[in-house]
Design a protein around this ligand. Structure first.
Ligand code: FAD
Ligand code: DHB
Length: 396
């Protein structure tokens, strides 16, 4: 059995784990990342597409923004549609110049991994049976198996960046952990296709038949989603059926600009709101999806992972450089204050744009009234815009 030592053990090489690993490296804090899968698997997962300014800023600070600057699409507006009537929210004008950047999570991961290789960051791939111990004492350890060999890492702190299905959250005793959850009675069926997008901006569409979203990855690659039932079989969704349903929900004007083509990726994702509190127990910290999940409507999931580790990175630097624990003691409350604002926004945006199975005529008219109010009221648009582009790190 080999025992090695580091300062910070990071479980999971998703956005949260890799951003944190780079942040710590810049501060000369020693860290090891332990990941269950291999690089190709993590990089291949098709997920988020919209980066907030805080995420873009972090990529610049880490010196990882070359491809982002070249290939990212800066959006200063976004569109909403109600039963086919499309209207625009001028994000930049409503927020004093803030924008979002369309750049896929797969590209972010590639940038993080390429730089990790160049900087020789320690990443233990294919780590099986990861287990955490000693979190409430002074000498935590992480153990795992790698090609049949048992490994042990002794450290000062463990950071659980292992996503919603990871092991870290469960290492906090049930009697000190509270969870808050909403599971939505529908999913998103998403496709990728190498066809030009219907619009140069995103369109979030509320339609009688259900939600649809027109997004993109580039001028030649489209990303589209439609709300679907949770029990639907993906095999029942031919490309033609998908395009027909998408076009109905986007309405005739946008549909006229949809270019059809064969999809090369098609998956159904469930929607969930979930928060666990606190985000720290003893020498364990949680960050990203390990601590919270948002429904994808607000495009907040990956951005929250980055804001969490930005705060945690600052706290760990303060601990090692200034010998002050104020940052690590305040991490959970500071992170949760921003997490809950994003939870609220993602829940609200989901509620006003989706068709709920239990909806009656009253509920539907309230949704229609709310979207019509947003269309006409600069004040309502401003609330949407400042949340959509991303709140500042300090929201308390
Ligand atoms: P993850 O990306 O989940 O990374 C966790 C890592 O930990 C993984 O690499 C995993 O393999 C590893 N791991 C797990 N368990 C263990 C273990 N026991 N030991 C070691 N390693 C482990 N967000 C948006 O903003 N927009 C979207 O459109 C969007 N679409 C999504 C679609 C799907 C299907 C999913 C699942 C998520 C989507 N998200 C979206 C959310 C966004 O992708 C996540 O919020 C983001 O990936 C969170 O990053 P993370 O690093 O916290 O967790
Ligand atoms: C994308 C995903 C989202 O959840 C969203 O709100 C906007 C865009 C995307 O994958 O492009």
């Amino acid at each position: 059995m080999t025992v090695v030592r580091t300062q910070v053990a990071i479980i999971g090489a998703g956005p949260a784990g890799m951003f944190l690993a780079h942040l710590l490296r810049r501060a000369a804090i020693d860290a090891v990342v332990i990941e269950r899968r291999d690089r190709a698997y993590v990089e291949g997962r098709v997920r988020a597409g919209v980066l907030e300014q805080v995420t873009v800023d972090q990529m610049h600070r880490l010196g990882l923004a070359d491809r982002l600057v070249r290939d990212g699409l800066i959006h200063d507006g976004t569109k909403l549609a109600l039963d086919g009537q499309v209207f625009r929210i001028d994000l930049a004008a409503l927020t004093g110049g803030s924008t979002v950047t369309v750049y896929g999570q797969q590209e972010v991961m590639r940038d993080l991994f390429d730089a990790a290789t160049a900087d020789d960051l320690a990443i233990m791939w294919n780590a099986a049976d990861v287990a955490l111990a000693g979190l409430n004492g002074n000498q935590p350890t992480v153990t795992w198996r790698e090609a049949g060999i048992e490994r042990t890492l002794a450290c000062d702190f463990v950071v659980g960046c292992d996503g919603f299905h990871g092991v870290s959250r469960g290492a906090i005793p049930a009697n000190v952990r509270a969870t808050f959850e909403r599971v939505y009675p529908f999913g998103w069926l998403g496709i990728l296709a190498d066809v030009p997008p219907a619009d140069h901006e995103l369109i979030y569409a509320n339609h009688e038949r259900g939600f649809a979203l027109a997004s993109m990855r580039s001028a030649t690659r489209s990303r589209y989603y439609i709300q679907c039932g949770l029990d639907e079989d993906i095999g029942d969704w031919s490309d033609n059926r998908f395009w027909d349903e998408l076009c109905r929900r986007l309405g005739p004007d946008a549909a006229a600009r949809v270019t059809r083509g064969s999809s090369f990726e098609k998956t159904i994702a469930p929607l969930r709101s979930f928060v666990t509190e606190p985000m720290r127990w003893g020498r364990l910290f949680l960050a990203g999806d390990a601590a919270h999940i948002v429904p994808p409507t607000g495009a907040k999931g990956m951005n929250l992972a980055v804001s969490d580790v930005t705060m945690l990175g600052e706290a760990l630097v303060e601990h090692y450089r200034e010998r002050s624990d104020a940052g690590i003691d305040g991490y959970s409350a500071r992170a949760l204050a921003r997490v809950w604002k994003a939870e609220r926004f993602s829940w609200w945006f989901t509620s006003v744009t989706h068709r709920f199975p239990t909806m009656d005529g009253f509920d539907r008219r309230i949704q229609m009234a709310e979207l019509d109010y947003i269309r006409r009221s600069p004040a309502a648009q401003r609330v949407l815009a400042e949340n959509y582009v991303g709140l500042p790190l300090e929201v308390v």
